[in-house]
Ligand binder design. Sequence first.
Ligand code: HEC
Length: 302
Amino acid sequence: MNVIKITVAALLMASLASAASFNTQAEKDRKALIAYMEKKFSDPAKNKGSFFPYSTNEELSKRFTKGIKRDAFRLGSYAYDKGGKSQYDEVMEMPPFEDNIDAGKALYEKKFANGKTFKSCFPDPAIAGEYPKFDDKKGTVVTLTLAINECLKANGEKPWKMKKGKMADLEAYFASASTEAGKKVHIVIQSEAAAQAYEAGKKAYYSQRGYLKLSCATCHVQGTGKRVRNEYMSPLLGHTTHFPVYRLKWQGLGTLERRIEGCNKDEGEKPHKPGSPWMSNVLYFMAYMSNEMPVDGPAIRK
Ligand code: HEC
């Protein structure tokens, strides 16, 4: 009896140990990113030489916030840009996405033709921080957008477009339910195949692309705190915590997929399709970087 117990315990521990090890590299990457961003923004004026050689002292000492810690980076550039933050706070007093959240809730509760609802796939709507997941049976990353479409198909409904409209509304409801429930980003790398998908996403994020030879990291890691066309660039850290986002430019809500497509175009690259392996792997990598940060959506951006 005792021998059996010990064997079972040993097996359990062995499987726990290997489950933990699949995210070893990802944990290193995540901690390094947090350390980089916290150091960069500990005192931007003092760090001018190492991080902001082309910024003016005036900008760094007067316009930027100092001593920013991990969770605050979910605000994107508004974490450090004082002017942007005060405009953000003003708009958030009467957020323009309230109707979208209501429409999303109605979609969540609406019956499919077969009489079931989204609840049959997602009994708890506070799941924004749980995606993307790696599905070991399929061997692919499943983003929240793909999971929603899978639920529709499983119930005999047509899948939705992945960038705005109903998709963004339902995701806004999930994000708001998660924020209200105090949920955190919780991305799991539970197998060798999942670790490979993470690595593929990371590689895509750091590779130079398009005729401009820019990588996502050029702008959202090294470039954070610098400007492009008069817009301050936000950090990779916290990029997935608050989507979908209402953009003033769009005059409406959009999913992460929609936003990234815009950045692909800015890079001089043909946009990657929402739902493609490229997009799913990149989103898996990005979401892992935001692990443990509070879910904080929907949000507003210029
Ligand atoms: C030339 C610089 C540049 C490159 C390269 C770039 N972006 Fe962006 N990105 C921007 C700018 C500018 C914005 C708008 C301001 C901001 O929030 O950073 C933005 C916004 C975003 C946002 C929205 C952030 C938020 O909180 O709303 C995401 C997500 C994003 N980019 C992802 C990516 C990904 C993924 C890639 C690589 C495929 C990429 N970007 C490449 C410049 C860039």
